[in-house]
Design a protein around this ligand. Structure first.
Ligand code: UT7
Length: 323
């Protein structure tokens, strides 16, 4: 019998400190009005000085485990999607495993920037479907504030910190009640590296570097590529994209989300939108938004949910599942 990867719990964590647009306008030449109008962002959360990406990930993971009724011992795979690891090595996933007190199975990071969670979810599902692992923690976690150039108004107003996690469990098709991961679409076009990157790294500068982005060029690529990924997963599953219950987008820019909604003829009230309060939390934004939808009762078991992401690389992708 084939097995399905079912989300049995999700969890979210946002650091306590909030940085508003008005706070930012005191540091760089910007305004609350510009940021809201161009992006939809009102505020973002910023990790405390002693808070590392693994700490955010652990809080989200604990919440996801609680929601799933599982303990760290039940987990045999941890994947962390992050661009802001605690250390160059070992992986943040290894550190998370230790902090959770889990010791079984595999742990590794995935780097696909803002598409990281879609890549991680899709990867975890393959191991579960193959029967090689039984229960995975799939986490998107970022301290993106650490790689921002706080003098560059074109990037520093966009991002925030946070973490979101899924417990993904392999279930026999019959026990899954129609729930679970359906399919995904992952893409990268490395020719577009220069549109969004960090100007540092281990083997080049031996520094972490800062985010550099040609925002309007990324913007121009976004709606087409995201829509194409979403249409692909829907068509592959034999459904009309408009028949989904919930659209959980990567939260980069409200105008991109609205552009996709318009292009695919979706309804605004099908969107789980968290950008106003969180900004762009890179790999964390999709699970954070999904958890918000579950927590406030919008996403219910059995609902058809479409996730999408796009980021540096350029990478982009989508995943379809039944909650
Ligand atoms: O998650 C990873 C993927 N990332 C994305 O998807 C981001 C995609 N890009 C975007 O979301 C948008 O391009 C931005 C929000 C980054 C920028 O919005 P835009 O409407 O594309 O603005 P722009 O870059 O074309 O800049 C318009 C003007 C410029 O001034 P001039 O040249 O017209 O005088 C900028 O210098 O806005 C200026 N500007 C700002 N003004 C006030 C840029 N940033 C700011 C700022 N405050 N923070």
């Amino acid at each position: 019998m084939s097995s399905k990867a079912v989300i049995t719990g999700c969890g979210a964590y946002l650091p306590e400190t909030i940085l508003t647009n008005t706070d930012l306008a005191k540091k760089v030449d910007t305004s609350d009005e510009w940021i809201r109008e161009r992006t939809g962002i009102r505020q973002r959360h910023i990790a405390g000085e002693d808070e590392k990406t693994s700490d955010l990930a652990v809080e989200a993971a604990k919440a996801a485990l609680k929601a799933a009724g599982r303990s760290p011992d039940d987990i045999d795979m941890i994947i962390v999607a992050t661009t802001t690891p605690d250390l160059t090595f070992p992986s943040t996933a290894a550190i998370v495993q230790a902090k959770l007190g889990a010791a079984a199975g595999a742990a590794f990071d995935i780097q696909a920037v803002c598409t990281g969670f879609i890549y991680a979810l899709s990867t975890a599902e393959k191991f579960l479907a193959a029967g090689q692992h039984k229960r995975a923690l799939v986490i998107g976690a970022e301290t993106f504030s650490r790689i921002l150039d706080w003098t560059d108004r074109t990037t520093c107003v966009l991002f925030g910190d946070g973490a979101g996690a899924f417990v993904l469990e392999a279930k026999d098709e019959a026990d899954a009640d129609g729930r679970g991961y359906i399919n995904s679409y992952l893409r990268c076009d490395g020719r577009l590296v220069d549109l969004l990157y960090v100007d540092g790294g281990v083997s080049s500068t031996q520094t972490a570097g800062h985010v550099r982005m040609q925002g309007n060029k990324v913007f121009r690529e976004a709606v087409t590529r995201i829509s194409q990924a979403m249409e692909w997963v829907a068509a592959d599953a034999g459904i009309d994209v408009r028949s989904i219950d919930w659209f959980v987008p990567h939260q980069a820019n409200e105008r991109i989300i609205k552009g996709v909604v318009k292009k695919l003829d979706l309804a605004e009230n099908q969107v789980i939108n968290t950008i106003g309060g969180q900004g762009n939390t890179s790999a964390a934004s999709i699970p954070l938004a999904y958890c918000q939808g579950v927590a406030d009762g919008r996403i219910k078991p059995g609902d058809l949910v479409l996730l999408e992401g796009m980021g540096g690389g350029l990478t982009w992708g989508a995943a379809l599942l039944r909650a």
